[in-house]
Design a binder for this molecule. Sequence first.
Ligand code: 13P
Ligand code: SF4
Length: 328
Amino acid sequence: MFTAVRPNPTLSTTADLPLDLFAAIQDLKREMNAVILAHYYQDPDIQDIADYIGDSLGLSRQAAATDAEVIVFAGVHFMAETAKILNPDKLVLLPDLNAGCSLADSCPADAFAQFKAAHPNHLVVSYVNCTAEIKALSDIICTSSNAVEIVQQIPADQPIIFAPDRNLGRYVMAQTGREMVLWEGSCIVHETFSERKIVQLKVQHPTAEVLAHPECESTVLRHADYIGSTTALLKHCQQSQSSAFIVATEPGIIHQMQKKAPDKQFIPAPPLNHCACNECPHMRLNTLEKLYLAMKNRTPEITLPESTRLAALRPMQRMLEMSQGIKG
Ligand code: 13P
Ligand code: SF4
């Protein structure tokens, strides 16, 4: 039977929001000894108040290194969970607990355990965009910053399962020349870009470079002048001689691109339909208001069974060891 959930009267609500949210968040940060980590796909407001903005590798490293008591993770669930895996004794807050990930959802643990059992002797390399349960079933985690280098370090005769993103998997296979068994997962955002519209944009802006994230389909990647993680794309647009870029990843990154290269033009790659579906619906659930309330109320908190955390920690640590020289 459905049971109504009564609001907790001790928690602050939107009715209690201060007028100057930026100042209130800064005050809470000091009081709580908190650090705010944000992904580039967050709303510009959140990026502007974060202590650190980065890609998945950079955020994992920051989470591993911080001496703050509280980690406020402005990203999606698997990212905050990764911070908790690395910091069992810290309070890890996610502004909206419903901020999931279509890619992580495309790989349920029970089905993946069967898939793994059907491929004995395979080493499991999993992209960090997966749940703690999938990490616990993996041998090494990777991110879009280090996937190619990690696979290159695995002995050539070792068969590999790569999960959960088939597009990143295919990209890594093309870069390394390695065959891998792929889990057929994907990201709804990176599969939404229209190849036809990107080609049209290239005709309209003949000197613009196409920048693409490796989660995009090969039909988009084949038009890319540069492929990389969000941090790599951001660095590339600053270093490149080009003055215009067509950006095939979630457009939240364009806020940082414009800040770092204000004289350059950034054109979001269009989705197939007339929608805003190139924006990640999960990432965009977080708002500055929810971030303030999460800090004020010290909830929603990320929790994990210790056995899962320990099993997921091992492949995370392997990744951090194997990618020491790689920038993220
Ligand atoms: P990176 O920021 O690590 O490139 O990953 C992008 C992404 O899909 C985040 O969900
Ligand atoms: Fe997941 Fe895609 Fe959103 Fe990244 S952009 S969080 S992979 S749904």
